[in-house]
Design a protein around this ligand. Sequence first.
Ligand code: ADP
Ligand code: MG
Length: 222
Amino acid sequence: MWRCGIQVEGSYYPVNDITLTVRDVSKIFNRRIIFENVAFSLSAGESLAITGKNGSGKSTLVKIVCGVLSPTSGTIAYVVNGKILDVEQVKDKIGLVSPYLQLYDEFTGLENLEILSKIRANSVPIGERAGEVLRLVGLWERKNDFLRTYSSGMKQRLKYAFALLHCPPVLILDEPTSNLDAEGIDVVKKIVQEQQKTAILIVATNDKIEADWCQRQMHLGI
Ligand SMILES: Nc1ncnc2c1ncn2[C@@H]1O[C@H](COP(=O)(O)OP(=O)(O)O)[C@@H](O)[C@H]1O
Ligand SMILES: [Mg+2]
């Protein structure tokens, strides 16, 4: 299920030698300090839960770590096999599940995977891997239905399919089980367990049970 045979730039995922280092990251919105001097480092096989109440900055930190939002100060670095990645290369290494990820109602589930993977950095032909991830999240039978006919839980499942499509060495989950039923939550738990074996996992959540999936926890706010 997790064999990733996609060839990208001459290397095969998953990348084992990867490190993410977040140094003294602060974010200020409209003169309001959201968080200050956040620092952590994660290597393949390590996981971190980012906890904190609503508005504490979890999603903001996730966006900064993914490179879609700039920090006010501080740095984020991804190092693979001793080389620091540039912004485009970073996109290729991250799988993100987030309430802020945009899906397209006027296209089918499968078409959404195709469109989104073209937007994501070096567009990789999605091929057989699309079938694998759609089966994994239980959407194979519905892959040709328009997104507007999907329930919110099905859309959340599709976000997982997209996040895992390129076998990312870094998986980042913001509100991982939002809208999912018990079966969907079981799928996520399996994904989380697999990811932690060889890759980096970050979970941003309010939920203690979800935070406990991770080896370490970091709390934002008071
Ligand atoms: N683009 C923005 N402009 C101004 N304030 C923002 C913006 N995005 C988030 N915030 C504020 O930053 C704080 C943290 O938000 P967020 O990261 O979404 O928190 P969480 O995910 O922990 O609920 C909130 O007070 C929110 O209103
Ligand atoms: Mg949030």
